[in-house]
Each structure stands twice: as structure tokens, then as C-alpha cells.
Design a binder for this molecule. Sequence first.
Ligand SMILES: [Zn+2]
Length: 282
Amino acid sequence: MKLQMESAELFVPDGTPLEEALARTTHMAVAAHQDDIEIMAYDGILACFQVDDKWFTGVVVTNGSGSPRDDLYKDYTDEAMRVVRRKEQKKAAVVGEYTVQALLDYPSAAIKTPTDKRVVEDLVALLRAARPEVVYVHNLADKHDTHVGVTLRTIEALRRLTDDEKPARVYGCEVWRDLDWLVDTDKVAFDTTPHENLQSALLGVFDSQIAGGKRYDLATLARRRAHATYHASHGTDVVTGQNFAMDLTPLIQDSSLDPNTYVQEFVSRFSRDVAERIAKFG
Ligand SMILES: [Zn+2]
């Protein structure tokens, strides 16, 4: 497989030949940065972990060179950060037993330039080779520009596939903005109860981000725990971890659907829910 960036890498943790490793994919996550997959797509990692016929492929789009740095890493150049973040992502792929970890190695600016189609080409090639049943990507209401850019480019790539090449489900997941504001009927709730130790390990390998004082490892597990408790106000907790997602599947089934109009409908339903409750008791 030929990717657009010379420096891109396709890493197969168990050494299976690349084509075979990609072809056995059932679940795929496309994320902007090193560590986003482990924050947002644990549902897919878990679905495949130690399961013979299910395999997870992770795709990280950017090169990590602009990452914040502190502590051990405070004097690292952009190039040294790029190397360390790539190394960390490969560690996560080993811990999570991914079939393939793709590192597309784009500068963030390339993702935020709609006319730059290189990443779309890469994603089409990967999606065709992997044919995942489920795809996880950032949600359209995320507050990080690069995350939203990655989602728009991924939707574009998915729309280029023929109907039988398309995944059955596409989920927009939470990183920079929780999705607990979605009305309950719009929430896709993933149960992240099992293997809390594995979740800690997957998040813990990203030392260069955590060492600066951003405890993504603790915060991500805490968010999952909080969602599990606060999702429903009645009844006792039956799960101890949850992640929420927004269903993006309609956007790939109907290419005429505008992503902005689509996400605004979620916002409108939220707005109506607030207004109706106040009206009931006002
Ligand atoms: Zn990110």
C-alpha cells in the first residue's frame, strides 16, 4: 500500500503480512492525534481484544510534532516530539493487540485545508483494504479544529466507497467535549466496564502528554465512570464505565446530507429538551 506521505508508517504488532493484517480488520478508528483512539474508541479495542475473528485497526492522521511538552520532554524539538509520540502510539497498538496501526504523519495544517485531498486518498485506500464493519471517528460537535477536520475528511473518504464497501456503522466519539448533552434518544452508549486495567495501560503509555500535568489517563477513566452513574437518574448503576457517541452512519448512507445541518439537528433536539422541561413547570 502506498500512502501519500513518504514518512507514513503501517505498523503490524504481531508481524502478520500487512495486506493480510489489514484485510482481517473488523473495527477501525480514525483519529487526529496519538492517544485520541485510546480515549474515544475503547469500544472497538475491547470488541476485538483476545477475540479470534475480530481485529482493530487504528489510524492516526497527524504527526504529533506540535504537541505540548513539559517535564522530561520540555526541551524536545518538534522532530523529537514527533518521534516520541509515534513510539507511544505503537506501544498502545501492542498493548491493545491492534492488527494494524497506521501513522499517516500529516502536519495539522493539511487536515484543516479542505482542498488538500491527500488524507482523503489515504483513508479511501485504507478503508478499501480493511473493509471495517464499524468505524469510530471524532464527533462533529468536538471543540478541537483538527478533530472536526479529521471527521469531515473521513466522511468524504467513506462517501467515495461503493455501497458494499461501506461500513455498517460510523460513530462520532467524545474527546474534546463530552457528549452527555445529547438527548438520551440520540446517545449511543458504549459499555466500557470490562478490563479497567487494560484501559489504564492503553492510556498510560502516552507519557509525553501526561508528564506535563495533563492526566488524560485519570480523566478519561473518570469520565467513563461519571457517564455510567449520571446517564440515568433512576435505578442503580449496572455498568461502571460508559462512553457516548453520535451516530454518523446516515451521513455516509446519504451523500447529499450536509454534515453541518446534520449536527445542528442534535443541537436543536437538545435545545428543545431544555425548553420543554422549563415550560412544563414554569
Ligand atoms: Zn486529539
